[in-house]
Design a protein around this ligand. Sequence first.
Ligand SMILES: C[S@@+](CC[C@H](N)C(=O)[O-])C[C@H]1O[C@@H](n2cnc3c(N)ncnc32)[C@H](O)[C@@H]1O
Length: 256
Amino acid sequence: MTDYIQFIEKVKNKTGIDLSLYKEAQMKRRLTSLYEKRGYDNFSDYYTAIHNDAKLLEEFLDRMTINVSEFYRNAQRWEVLEKKIFPKLLNENKKLKIWSAACSTGEEPYSLAMVLSSHVPLKDISILATDLDSGVIERAKVGLYADRSLKEVPRKIVEQYFINEGQHYQVKDSIKQTVQFKQHNLLNDSYGSGFDLIVCRNVMIYFTEEAKDQIYESFSKALRPGGILFVGSTEQIFNPSKYGFESEETFFYRKK
Ligand SMILES: C[S@@+](CC[C@H](N)C(=O)[O-])C[C@H]1O[C@@H](n2cnc3c(N)ncnc32)[C@H](O)[C@@H]1O
């Protein structure tokens, strides 16, 4: 068994996270550069270190999860969501059940609330937002962002829903109250059901084909018939009908 394969097994036993479902070359490269930076020579010694040192374990989890995000990421897609997808969904259902899966530091679920607020009063909006990494969830709940993560946000929305604090922007409580954050592992935990909209963007790229297959299958089951899956702008599904989806708009799939 290689050093990396043994590492994967030990990490799975310790944390429940299965690194074998993430693309190997990419993950190995990320983790090798991290352990070298910390002065270790191989995965075996590095495992002993993270096993005994909570801070190193936290740093490892932080590195493997890749948390970059921003508000209105790929802004044109959010316009399609606002102008085409939400009106259709709201026609079918007045109160939407929405899940932002792998939400990172909260930009995505908060963007959803902001966009949906052009159709529905905030008091009627409720969004579930989940991520594997409890650290990012805590940051999401605080809702404080550097100005660069707002570069795609329309001016009107910035004025309406953020409080400027110098180089940082604080999301207003009225938006925060629409989102419930929870820890959830897409590869392990059970999925809910009856969702009108599931947003899962910029995480599938890290998974193996086998893992993606399993996740799309689970998303399909979790959506109501007619519900929509919104994916990232490099994450087109090549065979949507395999999972009971049809293409609705580019990067939006409707469950048949
Ligand atoms: C690059 S961020 C994407 C954030 C946001 N969806 C976006 O598009 O801007 C990827 C997120 O996936 C999360 N993640 C990685 N593996 C996961 C898993 N197995 N289950 C749930 N979330 C996971 C990471 O913690 C990270 O926050």
